[in-house]
Design a protein around this ligand. Sequence first.
Ligand code: ADP
Length: 549
Amino acid sequence: MLGTMMDFPLTLQHVFERNSKIFPRVEIASRLPDRSIARTCWGTVHQRARQLSSALIKLGMKPGDRVASMMWNHSGHLEAFSGVPCAGGILHTLNLRLHAQEIAAIARHAEDRFLLVDDVLLPVLEKFRAEAPFEKIIVVPYGCGTVPDGFLNYEELLAEAPSEFSYPQIDENDGAAMCFTSGTTGCSKGVVYSHRALVLHSFAEAMADSMGISHQDTVLPVAPMFHANAWGLPYTCAMVGARLILPGPNVDAESVLDLMAQERVTFASGVPTVWLGVLQALEANPGRWKFAKPIRLACGGSAPPEQLIRGLENFGIHLIHLWGMTETTPLATLGMLKRHMLDWPEDRQYEARCKQGWAGPFVELRVMRRADFSPGEPMPEGVECPWDGITPGELEIRGPWIASQYYNAPEQGHRWTSDGWFRTGDVATIDEEGYVRLIDRAKDLVKSGGEWISSVDLENCLMGHPAVKEACVVGLPHPKWQERPLAAVVLKPAHEATAEELRKHLAVTFAKWQLPDAIVFVEAIPRTSVGKFKKTELREQFANWNWTQ
Ligand code: ADP
């Protein structure tokens, strides 16, 4: 055989080791619950993470054991992002915003042996501790500093751990981290990320034509570290040695803007609802926040309305639109402009940026048509056809950082095709430039008399109206049409609009049969645990809607 390159494992051990040698003095700033800022650096995080590795092994952690965390975004959590996987464990970031019983069920399903928990989150833990599987609970001083009897004290464990610790040998395909999907449309399912996937995903995020994160950046992950590992950013920042600003529990628009301005953030990430609030705060308080440098903003998790992308640009904030899933680590596509598009008129450029964009390297996509995933002419159940290039179908994906299964959930096997692709459950088209356009989640499409109506398109058009702050569209059962759309709308403060006016606004873009039959004004739209519009709850709220009213 021809001798080629060394067989060198792609593990997080190497990422963090290199980081500590090259970027030890780069700052990590964490905002505490009292809003003061605690400052440390990558070098100290690394040293403490090693002590955590050593302490966990002393406590009996074996390769592949799940160590859960229930923590906000702060440097202690970052220590776990390094210390657990580098010692051969799997860091399972629990979604602390879920219902207590759901967290307990997820922890049991994941068979979490240990738990790292912020002191300020002990009241949340108390609600489900009796049903949780944890053998040992380690309390991390973050806010109140109290460690009640019966719990292990993180600081004491670290202080007792020998500073000399050599990493165990790890295979690049070993598990490193675990997240459950945020359960927007159904029950949460677990995904285990390998070292190799996280390393390759970090390269992909750092690429200039991707998020372009470099050592020069100051990165603010607003997306929680339990939502797809804060979209992989802690690992990408460790790889490039970026400065990190971790926001803690306060992520309302003003608190986010304060951090962006005071800490001279150059890159931030979060779901559209966060940035809708941020844009509104910027518009309502001219001149209050001044940014030293232009800011790039990764936005995904649901579709950002065009008005949001346009509006932020006026404040020197460039939104990078991305699509991904917990199952895709999460970065899969980016909606950026290609070089020839820079000559396009502005409107056309924004139209392109609203698309979910092109696949990252090693990410392969295809659209498949099935009876339950394509509108129009009837197709027999169970039959699938290659895409006709026009009719929306189900988006399928494969690649080195795409999940090959859910953790311990064989009943979900149907989400993978027999030829090895993951079925996203999203309905999409791919244009001649290779840009994915997500029409909707299959479960959220409004199925009206054999045709489909995209709830996302209606929402984004409504949010383009100057009086509308937020809009969420759901399909409700209809006696004649199977389903018809209802739009719930939140108006901007001191703005007015009638349902008729909003229908007229929509009618410029949509056919009459696509217009919502009902537009209702509400105080707020329910959110999921990661801040997306919670359509399941809205559907329940209007379950008994009377179309004749
Ligand atoms: P959940 O499915 O529980 O919300 P995730 O947070 O992993 O869990 O969400 C992944 C889903 O979010 C995708 O399948 C897609 O429906 C939606 N999504 C992610 N990014 C975008 C985007 N840019 N535009 C529209 N939808 C998106």
